[in-house]
Design a protein around this ligand. Structure first.
Ligand code: 4AD
Ligand code: MG
Length: 480
């Protein structure tokens, strides 16, 4: 008998067929006459009920069918007597593929806290919550490629190892093969990177944007989707040291085209999840409701997860400039409880997450596209506006998340770009390859970066970014 996935059985309801399933035991209940085994193979959130008759299946085998064990079960699909499911499997034979000692297996059939599950990230995918999260994550990743493919964008694989620091924030992880305890030295005593593998200093990429720009200057519309690395303080619920970013880059787009694309893209991803992941979303919504019950009434969210997703789909994002946002923040009343101080004193200050949350969650109650930030708080490559003070930057802020997208129209004018790089102490000689795009056939272009995990967080409602990536990399955490 060929293996059939539980999802296939649920979809096709093949009453009367004899077939084989393989998967892991979630729970087992027995009485004198019968043993019920709830099986899960990850294809779907539902645990499939197997009915085992102790006259057919030996006591020794049934004993080994404990939570966590891996089984191969052949049986007949019959209509289910109990509620819930259309069918169940009457076992003809059970083979124990891998036992799981109940004394030692860390996952018991009860609720475990997310904190506890983070400690056993190698096993947590076997829970309903993480099964749902990773199926939704997969669906979103697939939808990313589908969206851009439909639009005729080309997927470019930009390098993971590079010598550039695209964001210029100096938060890179170094890549070296030198013996760090005893590196080769130049005559002056400095570390001699000429003897390193790449014959220079190198690091893990913080963004594929600069290479993406090179590609857009040839293929017009491209995107990257790869891991990026930042050695910043990532001890928050929104930061990882290793995260995945989607970065479209488009020749001939201006700032408005860029914002239109970003809004359309985010809505497409949400729509895709609603159309393809409803069972998992319903489960995630119910676990959020449980979580909310333990919160004080005024901190509970007004909408359930699915309604929240639909709300974002059905409403236009608010588009305002940084300057307008500052005016709103200045007018806002400081929070009575002093928990948040929304007031911002000065034009020019970077927005803190409480400012972003005020705009999105309290003031507009909608996703916000914030544009035209002061040039001092943004990267060198952003296009300068006529006012000489602001750049054509764009951040998209989401409720519960804050910044989910960062992007801009790029500075395509060689003289303006060179001047800005010099002002910001960016070595122009080292960036000759980047500047060549402005030297030869330059054109207006734009792009943005979507933090994939923040998007998965928004769609799944998971509060901590560590719970939407299989093996989170955060300070002090790189074991497996
Ligand atoms: O705003 P950022 O730094 O922009 C860039 O890297 C540009 N080069 C993108 C572009 O224009 N092509 O990062 C983009 C997004 C953020 O909005 C956020 O969603 C996510 O990446 N992000 C992180 N996600 C998780 N952990 C971190 N440490 C993140 N840093 C940024
Ligand atoms: Mg940003």
């Amino acid at each position: 008998n060929k293996r059939v996935k539980i999802k296939t059985i649920l979809d096709q309801n093949p009453i009367g067929s004899e077939l084989t399933i393989m998967g892991w035991v979630r729970t087992k209940r027995s009485n004198k006459n019968v043993t019920f085994i709830a099986m899960n193979d990850g294809s779907v959130i539902t645990n499939y009920q197997v009915v085992a008759d102790p006259n057919l299946i030996s006591e020794d085998v049934l004993k080994k069918c404990s939570t966590g064990a891996c089984l191969k079960i052949t049986g007949t699909v019959v209509e289910s007597q109990g509620s819930g499911q259309a069918s169940e499997l009457n076992a003809i034979s059970i083979e124990v593929l891998g036992e799981a000692d109940p004394e030692k297996y860390p996952l018991q059939p009860k609720k475990h806290s997310l904190e506890f599950l983070r400690e056993i990230a190698h096993l947590r995918m076997r829970t309903n919550t993480f099964g749902a999260v990773f199926r939704v994550r997969h669906a979103l990743a697939f939808a990313v490629h589908q969206y851009f493919n439909n639009k005729g964008f080309f997927y470019i694989h930009t390098p993971i190892i590079t010598a550039s620091d695209a964001e210029g924030a100096g938060e890179t992880f170094k890549v070296t093969t030198l013996d760090i305890a005893n590196p080769p030295r130049t005559e002056e005593g400095a570390v001699d990177f000429k003897q390193d593998f790449f014959e220079r200093e190198a690091n893990l990429t913080v963004s594929g944007q600069l290479e993406g720009e090179l590609a857009a200057m040839a293929l017009s519309e491209i995107y990257t989707f790869g891991p990026t690395f930042r050695a910043e303080n990532s001890n928050t619920t929104r930061h990882l040291a290793e995260f995945w970013m989607i970065e479209p880059e488009m020749a001939f787009y201006d700032a408005e085209d860029n914002a239109d694309l970003a809004e359309d893209f985010l809505k497409y991803l949400i729509q895709y999840a609603l159309e393809n992941c409803m069972e998992d979303l319903k489960f995630l919504e119910s676990r959020l409701l449980d979580e909310e019950k333990s919160k004080p009434a005024d901190q509970r969210s007004e909408l359930g997860l699915i309604d929240k997703l639909k709300f974002v789909l059905e409403n236009e994002f608010v588009r305002i400039t940084y300057t307008e946002a500052i005016e709103i923040l200045k007018r806002s009343k400081p929070n009575q409880k002093k928990k948040f101080q929304y007031l911002i004193e000065e034009w020019g200050a970077d927005l803190q997450s409480e400012h972003e949350r005020y705009l999105v969650e309290k003031h507009f109650k909608k996703p916000v596209i914030l544009t035209d930030y002061p040039k001092e708080i943004k990267s060198f490559y952003m296009r300068q506006n006529e006012d000489g003070k602001t750049v054509a930057a764009m951040d998209i802020l989401f409720p519960g998340i804050g910044e989910i997208v960062g992007g801009s129209q790029r500075e395509e004018r060689m003289d303006v770009l060179l001047k800005r790089m010099e002002e910001m102490n960016i070595p122009t000689e080292e960036m000759w390859w980047f500047l060549d795009t402005r030297r030869f056939g330059s054109t207006p272009h734009a792009g943005f970066g979507l933090g994939f995990e923040r998007m998965v967080q928004f769609v799944t409602g998971m509060g901590n970014i560590r719970d939407v990536i299989a093996f989170p990399r955060t300070p002090g955490n790189a074991e497996f």
